[in-house]
Design a protein around this ligand. Structure first.
Ligand SMILES: Nc1ncnc2c1ncn2[C@@H]1O[C@H](COP(=O)(O)OP(=O)(O)OP(=O)(O)O)[C@@H](O)[C@H]1O
Length: 246
């Protein structure tokens, strides 16, 4: 469903590559956690899949299409296949919950009566039935993220990308959001979630792809994440103290 083939991304001439010869394949229907320290290249991966960025070298394939051959007028069609959720929700503050979700269908030309049917259905699914008329500031962070997920999913895209979706939420609320993403994944949607959230990764035990300085350093089924591991690995063990100190 998503394939990166020897992808390198250099943003600025002379800068360290954000991604350095990364190859990665995500099958249809998988749920993948993309983990790694800040700056390791997680968001860059997601932006390449959305064709918001183009690789400096290598190829990106999404839903059978080679994005290097995709003309710019076909990019909206690609993005219709991909729902995206961010850490900071990115809702339209002056629109109601219903209007925020409906907007995603309006921009792709869906008919009014379809919108009237599909928006309540997806809001019910994310647990926001009855809150259609609220504006984002009248919702909790978890509820705002549910609206963002409803907006990303209302068109039933085959791929859902989530960039730190639990980053602004407490553990209990995060758990609810993860249950929702899991439910969406069970409908057959491929989910790729970039995250630092160790507890979530360790609780859900899905495939974990770890990036370090633009390289894939681990790809593990039912994986875990310990962000302190790299730091610990670089710290001398207690028995490495030099004899002269004794
Ligand atoms: N638009 C840009 N222009 C220049 N450099 C960029 C740009 N976007 C990202 N970078 C650099 O590329 C590297 C990877 O960034 P990226 O945002 O992909 O990392 P990340 O793992 O998603 O980090 P975070 O967890 O903090 O979001 C970093 O060194 C970053 O500074």
């Amino acid at each position: 469903m998503i394939r990166l083939e020897n992808v390198t991304k250099v943003y600025a001439r002379g800068a360290r590559p954000a991604l350095d010869d990364v190859s990665l394949e995500v099958e249809r229907g998988e749920f993948v956690f993309l983990v790694g320290a800040s700056g390791s290249g997680k968001s860059t991966c997601l932006r390449l899949v959305l064709r918001e960025e183009r690789p400096s070298a290598g190829k990106v394939f999404v839903a059978g299409r080679d994005l290097s051959n995709l003309s710019s007028w076909k990019v909206p069609e690609l993005r219709r296949k991909i729902g995206i959720v961010f850490q900071d929700f990115r809702l339209l503050p002056n629109k109601t919950v219903f209007e925020n979700v409906a907007f995603a269908l309006q921009v792709i030309g869906k008919r009014r009566h379809t919108i009237q049917l599909e928006v309540p259905e997806v809001l019910e699914m994310v647990g926001l039935g009855g809150k259609e008329k609220r504006r984002p500031h009248e919702l909790s962070g978890g509820e705002q993220q549910r609206v963002a997920i409803a907006r990303a999913y209302v068109n039933r895209p085959p791929i859902l990308l989530a960039d730190e979706p639990t980053g602004n939420l407490d553990p209990t609320t995060s758990m609810g959001i993860m249950r929702l993403l899991d439910r969406i994944n069970r409908t057959g949607t491929t989910v790729v979630m970039a995250t630092h959230d160790e507890d979530t990764v360790n609780q859900w035990r899905r495939r974990v792809v770890e990036l370090s300085d633009g390289h894939v350093t681990r790809d593990q089924a039912e994986g875990t994440y310990d962000s302190s591991r790299r730091v610990r690995d670089m710290t001398p063990a207690p028995d490495a103290v030099t004899v002269g100190d004794a």
